[in-house]
Design a protein around this ligand. Sequence first.
Ligand code: GDP
Ligand code: MG
Length: 338
Amino acid sequence: MEPSAMPEEEMPPSVAPSPAGCQLFGYVGIEAVLDQMKIKTMKTGFEFNIMVVGQSGLGKSTMVNTLFKSKVSRKASQPSQEERIPKTVQLQSVTHVIEEKGVKMKLTVTDTPGFGDQINNENCWDPIIKYINEQYERYLREEILITRKRKIPDTRVHGCVYFIPPTGHWLRPLDLEFMRRLSKIVNVVPVIAKADTLTLEERAEFKQQIQADLKTHAISVYPQEDFDQDPDDRVLNDRIREKIPFAVVGADQEHQVNGKRVLGRKTKWGIIEVENPAHCEFPLLRDLLIRSHLQDLKDITHNVHYESYRVRRLNESNRPALSPLNGLPGKAEGSSDL
Ligand code: GDP
Ligand code: MG
């Protein structure tokens, strides 16, 4: 514990040198907790779960690969393979542990290959709602155990990226219905898929139209205004809300541009660089999900969406008395239809 070399300036022997070099007499050193938290998080890692939803062929799998720069989702880009994707809603989860600078992130991506592909799309969101609620249910069951785990495995969906087809017109009833239902139980982040198929003017117009449609139908997508915590939050989130839905382009191939390797789509006319903000808004999506708002997505999932599920479920199960031994009674039928 002895300092190996005494600094030139004298220091009270009982006060250890602070990390910031603060020498105030009343200095307590609370900020050291930040380092402790950091070390703890780095050791345990954290879980982050996202879901991509949209019709086949809108670039969901490509986007996921683009997002995390690794093959984390099933890629079905060849038309022949595309054919083989079952034309029903079928959920698939792929989990990868991504490690960067000592921080471990367990990322689970849930893909929904055939959402909205049928002629009759009535209730096609049911399997998705069911999946989301099942994850809440799992967490709840762990949480109410008398001897619960110190760290409950978290499979809850923290963000649901909804792919809007680049029609350039307006939202289809299916898009509206999906977002209306899902935004009540999960953080929905809508994006305009394959934005390279629209001109810049078309993108801007489509975006405005979508924002107007969402407003008219009172659909509140992420980041929801109601959950802004302070004026700073509001300013930051307002800037994001102006840009939602992000017009994204996905690519999982690298190309050489000016001597640098960039992720992009090679076309006859040049390379669309997906990470170049001048080309598309993929960087905004990436920053929102895994940089600026990752913790916020997790917090809102826990404090708002999971909490309302929890309240509803516990109220429900209070009627046929909750048995502490068995946890919750069998899952109620109505728990998935919101
Ligand atoms: P999924 O069915 O939604 O998972 O779509 P895929 O990721 O399998 O992509 C379907 C096809 O669209 C593939 O040929 C991709 O290369 C292509 N694609 C993916 N993203 C984009 C994009 O942003 N723009 C364009 N033009 N094509 C894309
Ligand atoms: Mg796919």
